[in-house]
Structures are given as C-alpha cells and as structure tokens.
Design a protein around this ligand. Structure first.
Ligand code: AMP
Length: 302
C-alpha cells in the first residue's frame, strides 16, 4: 500500500522547560513521513524546502524508504521556519514566529505516480494547498486524514472548512476542537465536527492521551507516562504518521483497526517527545515499537 503525505518540511527554534534547540529539523511532513516509514512503503512526500535544508536529513529519509520525488527544492530560497515556546506544563505553547518563506509561493505538483496513492495524510499546511493536493488525485484514496492547527483556523477558516468537508478523519487537539466547533464539551464538539464532514475525529490531549470519535462511539488511548519529556514538537505529526502508517500497512479501515492505529500513533508520539527534533524517531526498530505498544496495553488492562 502507498501513503501520500503533504505538509511542511521546516526549521524550528524551540524552547521547552527542558531546554532550547535552535534551527533544528522539523515540519509536519518530516515527522509524518518518518513515523509512517516504520509501517509502510512507499511513503510519498509532497512539500517544499529551500536550498538551506540539510541534505543528510533528506538522505536519511530516502534510506528509510521515503519517496521524495514530490519534494521541491528552491534554489536561493529559505525553508519554512517556525519558533515556539512551551509553557511549564508542556501541554500548551506559544508560537513566537512563523516565516512562510518557500511556502508562500509553493505550487504543489503531484508526480504522475503519486496520483493513485492508496492512503492520504494531509499534514499541517495552508488549507488552499491541501485542497490543491486533493484536486490532483486520479481517484479517491481509501482513507483521507487531515491535521490542522489554530493558526489556519485564525487566518483561513473558510478554506479550511472546504477541506474538512472532504476528509474522512480529522485530527486536532482539544483547544482546536473547541475553537472549530464553538463547543466546550468535547462530546458536543465531536458532534458539530462530524456534521462538517469527517466521519472520524481524533482529539489529541497531549499528556492526557487521545480520543477517537465515530458515530456516537468513543475510544480512549492514554499517553504513556514518561520519565522525561524533552520536546513535544511534532508529537501530533508523529501520531498522524503512526496512525496512517498502521492503517495503510494493514489496509483495514474498520473502527476496530482504527483503535489499534490510535495506539500505534500514540506509541510514535511517545518516542517523539523524548528528544528535540526528529532525533528519537531515528533508528527505531519494529521490536522497540511493539514493546511500546505492549506498554500501552498493560497500562489499561485490568
Ligand atoms: P506539532 O507539534 O505536531 O503541532 O507539529 C509541529 C511542527 O509543525 C513543527 O516542526 C513546525 O515546523 C510545524 N508547523 C508549525 N506551524 C505550522 C503551520 N502554521 N503550518 C504548518 N506547519 C507548521
């Protein structure tokens, strides 16, 4: 099975209660494709970087089986840049700066062989660009998931609602679910968001786990209590990569299998937060991932 993913490939400056990291590799698509590469091949990337982006990171992704044919490299331009500072609880953060750079003029052109991908993960990106990717597909993938954030709700809500209408799964955090729906209670928020289009809604609650909603059914996955959290950046994207990677690997979109996918997504997110940037997501093995998944199962078994 093939998984197509689109999103930012970026540089981040990050400040967390555990420390600082400057100009490190980040971006939604980077985390999604790396996390998904542990489950499925090919993972196809549509994104853009400037010629300042490290070639060794791209080589590493290629070695992991990530297809970068759809990654445009713009000569003389700078990659997308984001900086954020986390609050003492690690659960909330402030965006200090967003520089679109190459993203401002990005025209996402899908290589011909990407157009019939089996699964699609629309990572965090301008809603207009997410729509352009959807419009280029030769047929509808078996499952389309969308991740977005408050930034786009603030500045491009009308475009975002048009994309939301077209997807099967929406992943947002609890505050974003409240903002999007105008409802405080997550149960009510889920109902409103289902009516916008997505049959499945995943609400990520950071260290409090994740909720999967589908037509009145709810599944809850805890987050693994970790001895040390270093940097939550990319946790949501690693979750998305693990979630869609598992669905694509098993080629099963049933609600029961989606529950398993939520656990695999949570496992990938738990690795991500243990180091800055993509450092902890590198060099994992299937056994390490399975071991994490067992820890999740043990956590709630009684
Ligand atoms: P997450 O922590 O899962 O929300 O993802 C954080 C990643 O998203 C960072 O590595 C950023 O480079 C990237 N990012 C931050 N803001 C945006 C944005 N407005 N659009 C797309 N990607 C973003």
């Amino acid at each position: 099975m093939s998984l197509l993913t689109v999103g930012t490939v970026a540089f981040d400056d990050i400040e967390t209660p555990s420390g600082r990291a400057e100009k490190v590799v980040g971006g939604a698509c980077t985390y999604i494709s790396l996390a998904a590469s542990y489950f499925v091949s090919p993972v196809r990337v549509v994104s853009v970087v400037g010629d300042d982006f490290p070639e060794e990171t791209l080589d590493y992704l290629r070695r992991r089986g990530v297809d970068l044919e759809g990654l445009q490299v713009k000569k003389g331009e700078k990659s997308f840049y984001w900086s954020g500072r986390y609050h003492s609880n690690f659960n909330s953060r402030d965006t200090l700066e967003t520089q679109l750079n190459v993203l401002a003029s990005f025209d996402p052109i899908l290589p011909e062989n990407y157009r019939n991908s089996d699964y699609l993960m629309l990572g965090n990106l301008t809603p207009e660009l997410q729509m352009q990717v959807l419009d280029q597909l030769s047929h509808r993938p078996k499952l389309v998931a969308l991740d977005t954030m408050n930034f786009w709700m603030d500045i491009a809500l009308a475009d975002l609602l048009k994309v939301i209408e077209k997807v099967d799964v929406l992943t947002v955090n609890d505050e974003e679910a409240r903002q999007l729906s105008g409802e405080h209670a997550l149960l009510k928020a889920a109902k409103v968001i289902h009516e916008m289009g997505p049959k499945y809604l995943i609400i990520k609650k950071g260290e409090h786990g994740a909720l999967l909603f589908h037509r009145g059914q709810i599944f809850f996955a805890p987050a693994l209590p970790l001895a040390e959290v270093i940097d939550p950046t990319g946790a949501g994207d690693s979750f998305a990569g693990g979630f869609m990677g598992w669905i694509a690997k098993t080629n099963d979109t049933s609600f029961e299998n989606m529950k398993r996918a939520v656990i695999y997504g949570s496992a990938m997110a738990s690795f991500c937060v243990e180091a800055f940037s993509i450092d902890r997501l590198k060099g994992l093995t299937p056994a390490m991932i399975e071991n994490r998944v067992e820890q999740f199962a043990d956590l709630v078994k009684f």
